[in-house]
Design a protein around this ligand. Structure first.
Ligand code: HMG
Ligand code: MG
Length: 295
């Protein structure tokens, strides 16, 4: 079984010019849950001035489907207080391997973000001892401002996150530039982190995400983030394209004999109402093939 964390309702919608209504956000989450995506990043508790598309995540949290494992992105203590007040049981703290990107994204240095996260994690543990925390390392391969990132630098941040108490770390290719040999180098640098404590988050800007996932699978990793319809991108990462499409990920996995628990037909239709609202066509090749009845 491979674990998929569907990030479409957060990463997929945060970068769109159109702000989607709360009910359309919830409809998307329900449709994805119906398709079998039992773990979803449903929103972020960030400043609504910074990311207006994610305003109202508190209300989304209140309306989630029963049984869903919902994750929310949290950048600081205020975000954690909002997450806890909304009944959130799983939170993802996010920083990066590159100083310039962290500054652009959350207006902190890496060290400041880790200090803030230690406080936020302490608050979380005191209120939800059974809850789970992720720590996301953006720009783990390359930064839109300073270029390639040393794998050791990314792994050092991952270790700091684990030390402050996150249950797993996520290594992210924020702008979608990496290829398989870079994945192997980063995985080698991270070889002392247990595989079950590491997940991967690929953007597919240049079409390398599926190859990168395959590389990770061969190395024994089993947790991946992806976004239905291939939506996504970070508003503070110039040039970031959509995420690895969940359709592409599910097709690869099932075709290669891994179980996902996801119904590809339902998944291919799940994003159609949102794509319609955004005035976009499906970009995932698998989604297009399924909708055309070819898969
Ligand atoms: P700041 O301006 O330094 O914050 O922003 P501040 O503490 O000075 O506060 C400024 C104002 O924001 C105040 O309000 C605060 O109350 C408010 P005012 O007094 O002006 O009315 N505020 C908040 N409001 C709601 N929720 C909060 C919160 N915090 C402060 N949590 C801050 C710092 C982190 C808040 C801001 O920069 C921010 O929200 N950034 C969000 C960045 C973001 O969401 N980026 C996209 C997600 S990351 C991503 O996409 C990458 C990922 O996919 C992995 C990958 O691909 O690499 C995860
Ligand atoms: Mg992302």
């Amino acid at each position: 079984m491979v674990r998929i964390i569907e990030v479409g309702p957060r990463d997929g919608l945060q970068n769109e010019r159109e702000t989607i209504s709360l009910s359309a956000r919830l409809d998307l989450i329900f449709a994805l849950a119906e398709a079998g995506l039992a773990e979803q990043e449903f929103g972020s508790f960030v400043s609504p001035k910074a990311v207006p598309q994610m305003a109202g995540t508190d209300e989304v949290a209140a309306g989630l489907p029963t049984g869903l494992t919902g994750w929310a992105l949290v950048p600081n203590v205020k975000g954690m207080e909002r997450a806890l007040a909304s009944g959130c049981r799983n939170a993802a703290l996010f920083t990066a391997a590159s100083e310039d990107f962290v500054q652009a994204n959350i207006r902190m240095s890496i060290a400041e973000s880790l200090e803030v996260f230690a406080e936020a994690a302490g608050l979380f543990r005191s209120r939800v001892p059974e809850g789970r925390l992720r720590g996301i390392v953006s720009t783990a391969f390359e930064c839109p401002f300073v270029g390639r990132v040393d794998p050791e630098a990314a792994v050092a941040v991952a270790h700091e996150l684990l030390e402050l108490g996150v249950d797993e770390v996520v290594l992210a290719d924020t702008i979608g530039t990496a290829g398989p040999s870079e994945v192997k180098r980063l995985a080698a640098a991270a070889s002392d982190i247990p595989k079950e404590k590491l997940a991967w988050h690929f953007h597919d800007t240049r079409g390398t995400a599926v190859a990168n996932v395959w590389t990770c699978l061969e190395l024994g990793y089993r947790s991946f983030d992806s976004a239905a319809g291939g939506l996504g991108g970070c508003p503070f990462a110039p040039g970031a394209g959509g995420n690895l499409a969940t359709e592409d990920l599910v097709y690869l996995l099932e075709r290669e004999g891994f179980r996902t628990g996801v119904d590809l037909e339902l998944l291919a239709r799940a994003t159609l109402p949102v794509l319609d609202l955004l005035g976009r066509e499906p970009e995932s090749k698998v989604q297009r093939a399924v909708l055309a009845g070819r898969s």
